[in-house]
Design a protein around this ligand. Structure first.
Ligand SMILES: C[S@@+](CC[C@H](N)C(=O)[O-])C[C@H]1O[C@@H](n2cnc3c(N)ncnc32)[C@H](O)[C@@H]1O
Ligand SMILES: [Zn+2]
Length: 275
């Protein structure tokens, strides 16, 4: 399914190596993923989420506070794929694999390809695959802006809290293929922002410049959960972009909270490829 990131020819798997006809080769790591990020512009060790961020994300996600979102997206995938055998789904910017593995488990007739620029994140995806014994998902290290797939190979691309590429997602999607984009809703984690900021604002909706897609459906999906410990509160806040914008005093306020009910809010959009 992969193409060579150097010459764009098909990659074939032979033992533990992917080869193209022009002699480029990519070893499959012991855990079972392949690193296809060869672009000289980026040093993979410096790209995407670092090991400690992946660890914090895993610790939080494993508490299943976001499981309703994973199940909601899985049910949208089921609906869009409508029982089609071997449909291909790309989870672009898949992170450490929490969502991809829930999708693969829920839609066993489809094939899932998780892509992330962070090697630590992709390595953890394989841990999840082995624990769950999943046979219908593969993972590679690559950029969402240079996906290692041939044109029109995918039925659906999913992007959850991750980059969105108008051109690249349109290229890999089949005609009429769908893209599911999940981003924070205006009220996502508002209660944590209220604890930290004097004047908390709603999150502004994301405005993607998507000339190759039309919006087919959108939904604000919200529910509340109680974070039980200071550790859970700080783990979650550390995962968000607000963390980097918060003063030391703000973070101190956060550390004084011992439990808090929060809104988990997601803006879920389904786009159709139109070019
Ligand atoms: C906020 S995390 C979301 C991860 C996952 N979708 C989730 O919700 O748990 C964003 C992810 O995008 C990845 N990322 C950032 N830039 C990327 C790029 N250019 N190509 C692929 N992945 C990228 C990061 O490494 C990180 O894993
Ligand atoms: Zn090649």
């Amino acid at each position: 399914m992969y193409i060579c990131p150097v010459c764009k020819k098909k990659l074939k798997k032979l033992d533990n190596v992917f080869h193209c006809q022009n002699g480029h080769s990519f070893d499959i790591a012991r855990k079972g993923y392949v690193n296809l990020l060869t672009t000289k512009k980026r040093d993979p060790s410096k790209s995407g989420d670092k090991a400690e961020m992946v660890k914090a994300r895993t610790a939080f996600l494993d508490k299943d506070y976001y499981r309703p979102l994973a199940e909601k997206t899985a049910s949208l995938l089921k609906e869009l794929l409508d029982g089609k055998k071997n449909a291909a789904v790309i989870d672009s910017g898949c992170g450490e694999g929490y969502y991809t593995c829930i999708y693969a488990h829920s839609v066993p007739e489809a094939l899932f390809f998780g892509v992330d620029i962070s090697k630590s994140a992709i390595s953890h995806c394989m841990t999840r695959v082995h624990i769950r014994g999943l046979k219908n998902c593969e993972f590679c290290v690559a950029s969402s802006f240079e996906l290692p797939f041939k044109n029109e190979m995918a039925d659906v691309v999913v992007s959850t809290f991750a980059p969105v590429s108008n051109d690249e997602y349109a290229r890999v999607l089949k005609t009429g293929g769908r893209m599911i984009v999940v981003s924070p809703s205006p009220k996502h984690l508002f209660e944590l922002k209220s604890a930290v900021y004097d004047k908390p604002y709603d999150n502004a909706p994301n405005n993607y410049a998507l000339s190759k897609f039309e919006l087919e459906r959108s939904e604000i999906f919200e529910y509340t959960r109680t974070l039980e410990t200071t550790q859970e509160i700080t783990d979650l806040f550390t995962m968000t972009p607000y963390f980097f914008k918060t003063s030391v005093q703000g973070l101190e306020k956060l550390k004084r909270l011992d439990s808090r009910e929060v809104t988990c809010g997601f803006d879920i959009r389904i786009y159709k490829r139109i070019f």
